[in-house]
Design a protein around this ligand. Structure first.
Ligand SMILES: [Fe+2]
Ligand SMILES: [Fe+2]
Length: 282
C-alpha cells in the first residue's frame, strides 16, 4: 500500500523519469536477475508448447481483469497500482486522445497475458521487458549484465549476431523471451486488427521500439509502422494516467468495453465465446 507522500511524488514525476532503472527499488533488479538468468531458448520453446494450445481455462475478459487485481508487477519501477487499475488507466488515456475503439480495447486488454501468474508462473516468466532468444543479447536490454548467468552463454551459435535466425527474417519468426505479450497475442489474435496485434505482442520489446536494436533481423517493409504501433502502446502504458482511476473517469472506458465485440475469449480457451459482462466500476 503506498503512502500519500509516495502517491504525491509519483504524480509529480515528469515523463522523462519513468523507466529509471538506475534508481529503481531492489525488487526490480532482483526481478531482472531471475529473468535474464532463466529465459533461455529452450525455456521459451517449452512454454510455447505448454501454453499455446490455449486449453488452460475459460474466463471472460472481465473475470481475467478481476484476477489481475491481485497482482503487483515486480518489474515495473513506476507503478504501485493494481493491474486492473493499470488496464483501465491505459484504456482511458487512449480514449481521451480520441483513438478508435479497437485501440481503446487494445489498451484495456494489453496486459491480460499476466493471467499466466494464475497458472503458477513466476513473475520473471510473465512480465518485464522482452528480447529475442537464440541470438546475441543487445547491451541495451535493461540490466543486461545479468545475462552472464544465462546457460545460453555456453551455446556459441546463440551468441552470434543472427543466432538461429536468417538476417531479415522478420519479427514473426523470432522467439521472444516468454511472457504476457506473447500469450495475450495468441489469445486474441483472431479478434483485433493487425496494428493491435503488434501492439500486444511487442509492447514490452523496448530494445526494439525504444532503442532500435535488432534491425538486422527485421523486414524493412513492416519494421517502421510496427515499431510505431508497439511503441505507442508502451508509451501510453508507461505514462498512463497518473491518478488512480475513479468511477467517473472510468465510465467512458467501461461503457465502450461493455458494448465492444472485441476479444471474447481469454486465458487460453479456444472454446470460450462468452460475451464480456456489461461492467461498470462504481
Ligand atoms: Fe505489459
Ligand atoms: Fe501495461
Amino acid at each position: 500500500m503506498q503512502t500519500k507522500e509516495a502517491e504525491q511524488s509519483r504524480l509529480q514525476k515528469p515523463a522523462s523519469e519513468f523507466r529509471d532503472y538506475a534508481n529503481a527499488e531492489p525488487r526490480v533488479a532482483e526481478f531482472y536477475r531471475l529473468n535474464h538468468t532463466h529465459q533461455t531458448l529452450d525455456f521459451v520453446l517449452e512454454k510455447k508448447r505448454d501454453y499455446l494450445a490455449l486449453n488452460r481455462k475459460t474466463l471472460t475478459v472481465w473475470e481475467a481483469l478481476e484476477f489481475l487485481e491481485t497482482l503487483v508487477d515486480d518489474s515495473d519501477p513506476d507503478i504501485d497500482f493494481t493491474q486492473i487499475e493499470h488496464a483501465v488507466q491505459t484504456a482511458e488515456a487512449i480514449r481521451a486522445s480520441n483513438q478508435p475503439r479497437w485501440f481503446i480495447v487494445t489498451g484495456l486488454v494489453h496486459d491480460l497475458g499476466k493471467m499466466l501468474c494464475l497458472f503458477g508462473e513466476p513473475q520473471w516468466a510473465v512480465v518485464g521487458d522482452t528480447f529475442p532468444v537464440g541470438c546475441k543479447w543487445s547491451p541495451k536490454i535493461v540490466f543486461s549484465d545479468f545475462f552472464e548467468h544465462n546457460p545460453d552463454t555456453r551455446v556459441a551459435k546463440y551468441q552470434t549476431e543472427n543466432g538461429i535466425y536468417e538476417p531479415g527474417c522478420g519479427l514473426d519468426h523470432i522467439h521472444m523471451s516468454w511472457g504476457h505479450d506473447e500469450y495475450v497475442y495468441h489469445v486474441v489474435k483472431d479478434h483485433l486488427p493487425i496494428e493491435a496485434l503488434y501492439m500486444l505482442r511487442y509492447h514490452s520489446f523496448y530494445p526494439w521500439h525504444k532503442e532500435h536494436e535488432y534491425q538486422h533481423l527485421l523486414t524493412t517493409r513492416i519494421a517502421k509502422w510496427s515499431s510505431g504501433c508497439a511503441r505507442s502502446t508502451a508509451t501510453t502504458c508507461t505514462r498512463r494516467g497518473r491518478r488512480a482511476p475513479t468511477s467517473r473517469r472510468c465510465a467512458p472506458t467501461t461503457r465502450i468495453w461493455s458494448r465492444s465485440s472485441s476479444p471474447r475469449r481469454c486465458a487460453g480457451s479456444p472454446g470460450c465465446h462468452a460475451r464480456p459482462r456489461a461492467v461498470s466500476i462504481r
